[in-house]
Design a protein around this ligand. Structure first.
Ligand SMILES: [Zn+2]
Length: 118
C-alpha cells in the first residue's frame, strides 16, 4: 500500500500549517502542528529522526562519535541526506500520479498498520 495525504486542519481543512518543535533534554523532540489559518491544534509527532534541507552540516556534528572516523560519518550522512531527498521526490511523484488520498490520516495509518500503539 502506498498513499499520500497532505495534513489538513480538522476545523477549516487548510493545509497551511506550522510545525512547532519542543525540545527537552533527555526526551525525544516533539513537533506540534498548528493551523496557520485558525490556530487549531492539528497533530503531534514524536521525532525519531530529523533530516532537513540543510542536513549535512548539522548531522555531521551530531553523529560524530568518539570511535567514528570523519570519513565514515561523512559517508553515512551523505547516504542519509540522499535517501531523504530521494524519498521526498518519490512522494511528490506519487502525489502527482495518484493524487491525494481523501481518507482521514487516522484511517490510512490504521489500514497500513504502521503506527506503534502504547
Ligand atoms: Zn484551521
Amino acid at each position: 500500500m502506498e498513499k499520500v495525504r497532505y495534513q489538513h486542519c480538522p476545523k477549516c481543512n487548510s493545509t497551511n500549517l506550522k510545525n512547532i518543535f519542543y525540545i527537552k533534554a533527555g526526551e525525544r523532540p516533539q513537533v506540534y502542528v498548528c493551523c496557520s489559518e485558525c490556530g487549531t491544534f492539528v497533530a503531534k509527532y514524536i521525532l525519531a529522526q530529523y533530516i532537513s534541507d540543510q542536513c549535512y552540516e548539522s548531522l555531521l556534528e551530531m553523529m560524530r562519535g568518539p570511535f567514528d572516523s570523519g570519513r565514515n560519518v561523512a559517508k553515512r550522512i551523505k547516504t542519509l541526506c540522499f535517501n531523504a531527498r530521494e524519498g521526498f521526490n518519490q512522494v511528490m511523484n506519487l502525489l502527482e500520479k495518484q493524487g491525494e488520498e481523501q481518507k482521514y490520516l487516522e484511517d490510512i495509518l490504521m489500514e497500513s498498520d504502521s503506527l506503534e500503539s502504547d
